[in-house]
Design a protein. Structure first.
Length: 157
């Protein structure tokens, strides 16, 4: 597990989201993986404190099915997104246990029709080495304006 391999995984994940390759993106998660967007700065508990999002694989799959569905009228026209990432900062690598952690600063744009939303913050990836390569055990999105009122965030940052 090298810093270059970790960075390539993170870049590939963002590209997969930008191309709306939902099944491939879901395949990048462990079966018990989580996607978390805290509601508070430096929040530590997603289960006992409210979050903007805290989704397990079941909820991620439901959301992906809705996004991909032809009868999802809130997605006419479909939302699109773009990730602009800084080079990931490697926080830890534990080669013995096959785990690592990286933090990436990002700018994220999401558009649908004539509406354009922009967000910025940090994505923290907790990754695990498996037979099939790296997998996400936790993706945490910390927005710099976490306390602002939000409209509907349709896609994944």
């Amino acid at each position: 597990m090298t810093p270059e391999r970790i960075a390539e995984f993170i870049y590939r994940e963002a590209r997969t989201l930008d191309l709306m390759q939902w099944d491939e993106w879901l395949g990048m998660f462990l079966e018990d993986g989580r996607y978390w967007m805290p509601l508070e700065w430096q929040q530590t508990d997603p289960e006992l404190e409210p979050s903007l999002m805290f989704e397990d694989m079941l909820l991620l799959k439901v959301r992906v099915e809705r996004l991909a569905g032809e009868r999802t009228f809130s997605q006419k026209p479909k939302s699109r997104c773009h990730h602009l990432l800084q080079a990931p900062q490697i926080l830890s690598i534990d080669s013995e246990q096959g785990k690592c952690s990286a933090r990436t600063s990002f700018l994220y744009s999401e558009t649908r029709g004539d509406a354009l939303e922009r967000f910025s913050g940090w994505a923290t990836h907790e990754l695990v080495e498996t037979d099939g390569g790296l997998k996400i055990s936790l993706k945490r999105i910390d927005l710099i304006n976490f306390d602002a009122p939000f409209g509907n965030i349709q896609l994944f940052m």
